[in-house]
Design a protein around this ligand. Structure first.
Ligand code: HEM
Length: 499
């Protein structure tokens, strides 16, 4: 029928055999070829992969590897393949030009597992896209980068400056106060009110966030051997992390329940939780909705986690650099006195006329390098990139540290030189190569809020106070201690004097 009968003669069997062998050879060639086309990198040993080449602090080893293997190279964390992107152009090309293809998160227990794939930082695919878009729209409505948020920050700053005043003229480490104050800005945004600095519950949860960052920052071994988390006991503190997550979720659930009651009673609260609950109600009958109460709670955890530690660590670096560079501190104060004066409250509108202050903040962000490898990404499909094949699901890390210390971009990169961001007329030059918030589809959700907080806190502190390192304090190491973020170490003790 239709002339398609098969004649099983000896010749046909030979042809079949030949075709099979040719297919196997081609398959072998192409699969080998794809492996050959993976970005190069150091040798990988069984079980441990490239670990022997990395050491405890991976910043410098990775920079040296990029000098040897180029801008795109591969390392192995145990059996897990990780592609490292180095240099501004490469990171821009990957995350901006091929944005979606590099926008996944790796299926690593400590990244996607701990948050069950919920929230924004750890989620991916449609859930991530929809939730990120919604969160951004709501936060913009609340004045992200606008006056409403500015009002909230300014209100919080009054409490903050009073507390600083209470601690003047003696050795004082402001790190915890800064963190609580910055967390209060998120609290005002997320659930409509601030908490007192001496509220035990507040201190308790801030300490939990810090502990979570520390555990996550030291979780390399669980990334490589995830099964170790099931061992009896809790040597790697993963069980502790999950307990803390659940405790925080239960606390936020109580707040969500209070909001539901307030909504039923018609009491207006303009905050993230209320807007989300309204959206949840609208989506109730949709079968494919990504909106849920769990998602709301996990996003709120993300906002606190991602939004308080990063800003407060940057501000702590600001304190360190200003204490170490008294001449720069005085120049910033002179600009503040000139543009804002001693009595008026600093405003974002002042920023345009304060290029030196702004240049200092940018230089602090460059050197403090608070999130030096961003959050790991993953490829969402096989990608041909710069002549290499990066298979789908590969973990990809952007070496922001390498960009911020690249001597071709920043001559004498280890030196604190705000002038890099000024032209010969003293006008501010924004350099696109400064990427503390990373870039592309996963660009930090809170970048505009962070910029506003950095400016308002920085100018408010320096308007009111001068400070220097406490005499018995040595800030000998400006590299910081790297967990998930890069913290000044040892903790910085200063003496504040009211101006
Ligand atoms: C100076 C302060 C901050 C720095 C340096 C910073 C830096 C970063 C970086 C490097 C990432 C990873 C981007 C990537 O995966 O490529 C990130 C993600 C994120 N940040 Fe920030 N951040 C800061 C402040 C904030 C604030 C104030 C908020 C919220 C209120 C926030 C919320 C987030 C969220 C939700 C993500 C995940 C975005 C996503 O996965 O789509 N961050 N941030």
């Amino acid at each position: 029928m239709f002339g398609l009968e098969f004649d099983v003669s000896a010749t046909n069997v030979q042809v079949w055999l030949l075709c099979t062998v040719a297919f196997l050879l081609a398959y072998n060639y192409f699969t080998k070829e794809s492996w050959r086309k993976l970005p190069p990198g150091p040798p990988a040993f069984p079980l441990v992969g490239s670990l022997p080449f990395l050491g405890k602090d991976i910043r410098e080893p990775l920079r040296k590897m990029s000098a040897k293997y180029g801008d795109v190279f591969t390392i192995y964390l145990g059996y897990r393949r990780v592609v490292i992107l180095n240099g501004y152009d490469v990171i821009r090309e990957a995350f901006a030009k091929h944005g979606h293809r590099f926008s996944g998160r790796p299926l690593i227990y400590m990244i996607t597992g701990v948050m069950d794939g919920y929230g924004i930082v750890s989620s991916q695919g449609w859930l991530w896209r929809e939730q990120r878009r919604h969160a951004l729209t709501v936060l913009r409505d609340f004045g992200f980068g606008g006056t409403l948020l500015e009002e909230r920050i300014t209100t919080e700053l009054r409490f903050f400056l009073d507390e600083l005043r209470n601690n003047k003229d003696k050795p004082y480490n402001p790190q915890m106060l800064i963190q609580m104050s910055v967390a209060n800005v998120i609290a005002a945004l997320a659930f409509g009110n601030r908490l007192h600095y001496d509220d035990d519950k507040f201190v308790y949860y801030i300490e939990k966030i810090n502990k979570a960052f520390e555990i996550l920052g030291n979780s390399g071994i669980i990334t490589i051997f995830p099964f170790l988390r099931h061992l009896p006991g809790d040597y790697f503190r993963v069980k502790q992390l999950l307990m803390d997550r659940d405790e925080m979720a239960a606390y936020l659930k109580e707040i969500v329940e209070d909001h539901k009651i307030a909504m039923k009673e018609g009491r207006p609260i303009k905050d993230f939780i209320t807007v989300y609950l309204k959206k949840l109600e609208e989506e109730r009958n949709k079968t494919d909705s990504t909106f849920s109460e769990k998602q709301l709670i996990y996003i709120t955890i993300d906002l606190f986690g991602a939004g308080s530690e990063t800003v407060s660590t940057t501000l702590t670096w600001a304190i360190v650099y200003m204490a170490l560079n008294q001449d720069v501190q005085q120049r910033v104060q002179a600009e503040i006195d000139d543009v804002i004066g001693r009595e008026s409250v600093p405003r974002m509108a002042n920023r345009e006329r304060m290029p030196f202050t702004e240049a200092c903040i940018l230089e602090i962000q460059r050197l403090g390098d608070v999130v030096p490898f961003a959050v790991p990404h993953a490829t969402t499909e096989d990608i041909q990139f710069r002549g290499y094949l990066i298979p789908r699901g590969t973990m990809v890390m952007a070496n922001l540290y390498g960009v911020h210390r690249d001597p071709h971009l920043w001559p004498e990169p280890e030196k604190f030189k705000p002038e890099r961001f000024l032209d010969e007329n003293g006008k501010l030059v924004r350099r696109e190569e400064l990427i503390p918030f990373c870039l592309g589809k996963r660009l930090c959700l809170g970048a505009s809020m962070a910029r506003m907080e950095l400016f308002l806190y920085f100018t408010s502190i320096l308007q009111r106070f001068s400070f220097q390192l406490s005499p018995d304090h040595r800030q000998s190491d400006l590299r910081g201690k790297l967990t998930v973020t890069n913290m000044p170490r040892p903790p910085c003790y200063i003496i504040l004097q009211e101006r």
